[in-house]
Design a protein around this ligand. Structure first.
Ligand SMILES: NC(=O)c1ccc[n+]([C@@H]2O[C@H](COP(=O)([O-])OP(=O)(O)OC[C@H]3O[C@@H](n4cnc5c(N)ncnc54)[C@H](OP(=O)(O)O)[C@@H]3O)[C@@H](O)[C@H]2O)c1
Length: 326
């Protein structure tokens, strides 16, 4: 098996995150940003020109029909992830789809089953999982060097400019804090402790009826707990603090992106820094390429089960705060 084979990428949706991902893709060994697609041809041309891409399509459908593309990165608003992913998978294109994977468990399950049926790779772009500092923390916890986890506090809040028609505040586009940024503290709880036994949640809603802030408390066996918070109307520290039996790990701000950690024990406080030369999206892209070249339909890290748990937790929290998108 030649793991140095070139992989041709397509980008579907030329918005903000697509730019960051495209920048990183240019640094990934054996990756070619081969084509991009936008709903309008002019936008695709402009986006493609910025990265030296010549196959710039004015429709998502055209992109999926290009026989030279191996994998498509989906970077549209949440509500379109389901239909965009099915479109790609049914054209036998591997998919890396932005978070949240889709709007509910039923959609996620259909996406997974479609990937399996077509024997094509599919992964949710939970990029944090692949970052060096986060991997270090998970390995450290698994080593039991500081004993078992007792609690987690994690938050992600930023003050977005209110704009009722844009993705973050627009309910029709899946707006709100939980699905956009709350997914990271929830993901931290799942990856660090696992699926909880008991869930409580509350939220505050704004003029556009989306959750502008959300607080989630998770309870596990032996009184292990997680306190999670997110917001799109105020900046919060955006850090994760993991209390263990014999020490505390701080994943420093902002914990979900390339960052540092501080390990605090009775005798010392030790800062560990990690050198990351890209925006951080290169790590998930490298993993996706490896999986595709190994002919896998599922990631060994961000597995289907992990995506199922994440959307189940999001659905449960939504039910508790009374947030419905239908
Ligand atoms: N992993 C991360 O760090 C990260 C960071 C930010 C966002 N995200 C995720 O990435 C996704 C996109 O976020 P973004 O901030 O890049 O959004 P954005 O700037 O609004 O871009 C989304 C793109 O989707 C396309 N689109 C298709 N139908 C649309 C519609 N009806 N209205 C608006 N746009 C439509 C548009 O591309 P065309 O006009 O080219 O078709 C648009 O530029 C979200 O699901 C978000 O959760 C992830």
């Amino acid at each position: 098996m030649n793991l140095n084979k070139n992989v041709n990428w397509g980008i579907l949706g030329c918005g903000k995150i697509a730019h960051k991902f495209a920048e990183d893709l240019l640094t990934v060994p054996n990756a070619t940003l081969y084509a991009v697609a936008s709903r309008t041809e002019k936008k695709a041309q402009d986006f493609g020109n910025s990265y030296g891409v010549t196959n710039n399509y004015g429709s998502y459908n055209q992109l999926t029909k290009d026989p030279n593309i191996d994998v498509i990165y989906i970077a549209t608003p949440h509500v379109f992830h389901y239909e965009n992913t099915l479109l790609c998978l049914n054209h036998k294109k591997a998919v890396l789809c932005e978070k949240p994977f889709a709007m509910n468990q039923e959609q996620v399950e259909e996406m997974i089953q479609t990937a399996i049926k077509n024997n094509v790779f599919l992964m949710e772009a939970l990029w944090t999982y692949f970052l060096p500092h986060y991997k270090y923390v998970l390995d450290l916890i698994a080593s039991k060097k500081f004993g078992a986890v007792k609690s987690l506090q994690a938050d992600f809040g930023f003050a977005a400019t209110f704009s009722p028609n844009e993705r973050l505040f627009n309910k029709a586009l899946g707006g709100g804090s939980l699905l956009d940024v709350g997914i990271y503290p929830l993901f931290a709880a799942l990856s660090i402790i696992g699926y909880p036994e008991h869930i409580t949640a509350k939220a505050s809603f704004g003029k556009t009826q989306v959750d502008e802030t959300c607080t989630v408390d998770l309870l596990y066996k032996n009184e292990v707990n997680a306190s999670l918070h997110c917001a799109i109307t105020k900046k919060t520290k955006t850090e994760a603090i993991i209390e263990l039996e014999n020490g505390t790990i701080h994943i420093n701000s902002r914990f979900h992106e390339p960052s540092s950690i501080t390990i605090i024990t009775e005798n010392e406080s030790k800062l560990i820094e990690f050198e990351v030369k890209t925006n951080g999206y290169s790590y998930e892209a490298i993993h996706v390429q490896e999986m595709i070249l190994k002919n896998r339909t599922e990631s060994t890290i961000m597995t289907f089960e992990k995506s199922r748990q994440l959307i189940k937790l999001l659905d449960t929290v939504r039910a508790k705060i009374g947030l419905s998108y239908t």
